[in-house]
Design a protein around this ligand. Structure first.
Ligand code: URA
Length: 472
């Protein structure tokens, strides 16, 4: 089928298959047909595979991102919010609850945070699933409601709406069934088009690498981060990326309800150091990139202050109430010494596992823990599957600590199905004990990619789409 001067779909697919460069018009034609349903599924699949195998030139990737963004509503904000609208995106990790404290902390610093998040798939938890363990919380908010919540509270955490980037929804579902999820240009355009549709000033990407991340090596994660930073900046958002290690879980709590509890602890100025570091550092960069802090360090201090003074917690409570949680429920969660299980459902069974030998905790492998939790109902294998928010695990020891044989190290929370012996063995093998001396675990953040020419807090334009690395 040909539209005016547009290429026919077979010709467009052939061009990409043979490694030729598509023009902006070709990509526009393809994305419009995807959105309108005027192209066959097999043609979409063939196009995606051609991109997966041949890659895309930078200008094709930018055209794809622009056209995907334009396939739906692009959010518009009032003039008075100019320069204040920010967000972050994580490629997904075990125990990654950073968004929950970060969005209200940024709001407490005067930013507007329209955080459009996702659900968990396989071993990584989704921010929306975590928040839905709070009774009454609704992730469904239309554009008008988003405006109102941002105006009154400053942050919201919501699901993708029907109007926003519909082309991505269709293409993502097709990628899932055509073995084309792991394509750099397709990931880049999918992530960035959604953020661009939020009309952001600044975006920080947390690109994870390691045994429990999608990207196993630092080099592969850096390649993705570079691509995201380049296209994000070309799309007009100040975009930077943190490369962070994802081998052992973030914080001490994994599982939907338990991660809400740990986020509340962080918002009360407590909680684990690694979670606080990710929240303060990510927030520090964002505050600097939207010129509310002079340096990332200054920005981190501002975020830390919101955690220590309770201003971020008050924003979180206001966000819960604005998104449907009853005042009494939100207040019970946010009270200084709240009994969280008054409000959140406790799993029926708890079981503590004990260390099988003495030594230093060298690491706690996140992937096997997450896989067992997934089998117990904490995660989903296909979009739309029900999950059990009460299933989870609490780490009772920290990496680097010396422990005696028999030390309780993990508390499992589950309903039915119950924990099986094979799963107990998998969990025990996740605790790696060695005879090295005790140590303090270092930062998870290994590297930061910023756009070249960016001067923190300065007025210099983001002069180039290429990026520079800062080794930590
Ligand atoms: N998240 C997205 O939104 N898209 C991808 O392709 C991968 C992760």
């Amino acid at each position: 089928m040909a539209y005016g001067k547009s290429l026919s779909f077979p010709e467009l697919i052939r061009k990409k298959r043979d490694g030729e460069t598509l023009q902006r018009e070709d990509i526009k034609h393809f994305i419009q047909a995807v959105t309108q349903g005027s192209i066959q599924d097999c043609q979409i699949g063939a196009f995606l595979m051609a991109v997966r195998l041949c890659g895309m030139e930078p200008e094709e990737m930018l055209s794809l991102t622009l056209e995907m963004m334009s396939s739906g509503t692009v959010l518009e904000w009032p003039e008075r919010w100019h320069g204040l609208v920010v967000d972050k995106h994580s490629t997904g990790g075990v125990g990654d609850k950073v968004s929950l404290p970060l969005a209200p902390a940024l709001a407490a610093c005067g930013c507007k945070v329209p955080m459009i998040s996702g659900r968990g798939l396989m071993h990584t938890g989704g921010t929306l699933d975590k928040l839905e363990s709070v009774p009454g919380f609704s992730v469904h908010q239309n554009a008008e409601q988003i405006w109102k919540i941002l105006d009154e509270v400053g942050c919201c955490i919501i699901g993708q709406t029907e109007e926003l980037v519909p082309a991505d929804k269709i293409l993502y579902a097709m990628r899932d069934v055509t073995a084309t999820v792991d394509s750099l240009p397709l990931i880049t355009s999918s992530v960035i088009c959604k953020k661009a549709a939020e009309s952001l000033t600044a975006l920080v990407l947390d690109v994870k690498y390691g045994s429990a991340a999608l990207y196993k090596t630092l080099d592969s994660a850096r390649e993705l981060a570079q691509s995201l930073v380049t296209v994000g900046n070309q799309m007009g958002m100040n975009t930077a990326a943190l490369l962070t290690k994802m081998d052992c879980p973030i914080g001490r709590q994994i599982g939907n309800s338990l991660e809400v509890i740990e986020s509340l602890e962080c918002l009360k100025g407590r909680g684990p150091a690694d979670l606080r570091e990710l929240v303060t550092k990510t927030g520090g960069y964002l505050l600097c990139m939207c010129q509310r802090a002079e340096t990332p360090e200054h920005g981190s201090e501002m975020i830390a202050e919101t955690l220590d003074t309770g201003s971020a917690l008050r924003k979180f409570q206001a966000m819960l109430e604005a998104q449907g949680v009853k005042h009494g429920v939100a207040e019970a969660l946010c009270a200084g010494n709240g009994d969280y299980f008054q409000v959140l459902r406790h799993a029926e069974y708890q079981e503590v596992l004990h260390a099988e030998k003495e030594g230093t905790v060298e690491t706690i492998q996140a992937l096997p823990l997450a896989e067992v939790l997934h089998e117990l109902g904490a995660g989903r294998s296909k979009a739309g599957e029900q999950i059990n928010p009460s299933v989870g695990a609490e780490l009772l020891v920290t990496v680097g600590e010396h422990i005696a044989k028999g030390t309780p190290w993990l508390r499992m929370h589950y309903d039915l199905p119950r924990l099986r012996d094979g799963q107990r063995h998998t969990l025990q093998a996740a605790l790696v004990i060695s005879d090295c001396p005790p140590f303090t675990a270092g930062s998870r953040i290994t590297e930061i990619l910023t756009p070249e020419g960016m001067r923190w807090g300065g007025t210099e334009e983001l002069s180039s789409a290429s990026s520079q690395h800062i080794q930590i």
